[in-house]
Design a protein around this ligand. Structure first.
Ligand SMILES: NC(=O)c1ccc[n+]([C@@H]2O[C@H](COP(=O)([O-])OP(=O)(O)OC[C@H]3O[C@@H](n4cnc5c(N)ncnc54)[C@H](OP(=O)(O)O)[C@@H]3O)[C@@H](O)[C@H]2O)c1
Length: 268
């Protein structure tokens, strides 16, 4: 059995992705969310089991995804503490909550895996990074990585990198949606319909990302290949440099990463 506590944006995304990708059968999943409407939605749409409460969920499964907001986690852990035994493996997707946070409330022997996923997990194109406590075996980490891997790519990193990961791939989809929207605005300004402009922008982002991943060439090399002297692309790139797009994206990653670090300090 696999458990989920919290079935909002991220919990729901992981749940739906794992079931739709047939990594786990609906009858092998039990969920609990304090919002009963959310639970019933997933029961009806995915045919998963719902638990009456946290206690019942902890009794039904040792492997539990925790997908509540960071500010709700402390209360949840205090409720879970007397219900856990040595078999339980907790998998947290909460941004800014370090493994030491869970150890503080549940003791050093708790088995905890921390994951930073992103929302494209919903369509199988997610990027997730995973870190484990010393109490979690390599085998257990591999099992969880296989589940998450069904929703896109997954890599393991030391926990010290999680802030950077949050700033880049965790928050990154929002940056790219903004880029797509802005490119389309440019197309609309030049007379394209909104639908056409959005399609051109999105496919361009997808194609450029795939081209980089498939060729393995440095992005600067790929950029230079499409930038002929005195040409149209060169003129467009000048506008991006004038607008400090490069510095803005670097700062976006740094600010988001800093925010993640501060969230952890606030929650301690
Ligand atoms: N959204 C993203 O793109 C993203 C990306 C990476 C990581 N994350 C992480 O994912 C976690 C969840 O974020 P989210 O955006 O999915 O939040 P969300 O949409 O608010 O979902 C959280 C759900 O958990 C429920 N809940 C809260 N406390 C509970 C408890 N004690 N027992 C059972 N259910 C409880 C909430 O109910 P109520 O609504 O009634 O409070 C809500 O339905 C966060 O820790 C976040 O850092 C999110």
């Amino acid at each position: 059995m696999l458990g989920f506590i919290g079935c909002g944006t991220m919990g729901g995304t992981l749940l739906e992705g794992m079931i739709k990708n047939q990594l786990v059968a609906p009858e092998e999943v039990v969920i609990f969310d304090q919002d009963s409407g959310r639970m019933l939605f997933f029961k009806e749409n995915l045919q998963v089991n719902i638990a009456d409460d946290i206690q019942s969920l902890c009794q039904q499964t040792p492997k539990i995804f925790l997908a509540v907001k960071p500010q709700d986690m402390k209360e949840l852990l205090l409720e879970m503490k007397p219900l856990l035994n040595a078999e339980h493996l907790l998998i947290s997707v909460a941004a800014g909550l370090y493994i030491s946070f869970f150890q503080e409330y549940l003791g050093d022997s708790v088995k905890i895996i921390r994951i930073m996923p992103n929302t494209p997990c919903l369509i199988g194109e997610g990027m997730s990074v995973i870190s484990r406590s010393q109490t979690v075996s390599e085998e257990e980490e591999k099992e969880v990585a296989a589940l998450i891997g069904s929703l896109g790519k997954v890599i393991s990193l030391e926990e010290k990198h999680m802030s950077a990961v949050t700033g880049l791939s965790g928050s990154g989809p929002a940056y790219i949606f903004l880029v797509i929207e802005a490119l389309a605005d440019g197309g609309v300004e030049m007379g394209l319909s909104r639908d056409v402009a959005l399609s051109l922008a999105a496919q361009t982002v997808l194609g450029a990302a795939k081209m980089f991943l498939q060729t393995g060439e440095h992005p600067a090399v790929l950029k230079n290949k499409v930038t002929s002297p005195g040409g149209t692309t060169s003129a467009g790139l000048l506008a991006l440099e004038e607008g400090a797009v490069r510095a803005s994206l670097i700062k976006a990653v740094i600010r988001s990463a800093q925010k993640e670090k501060n969230m952890f300090l606030e929650k301690k």
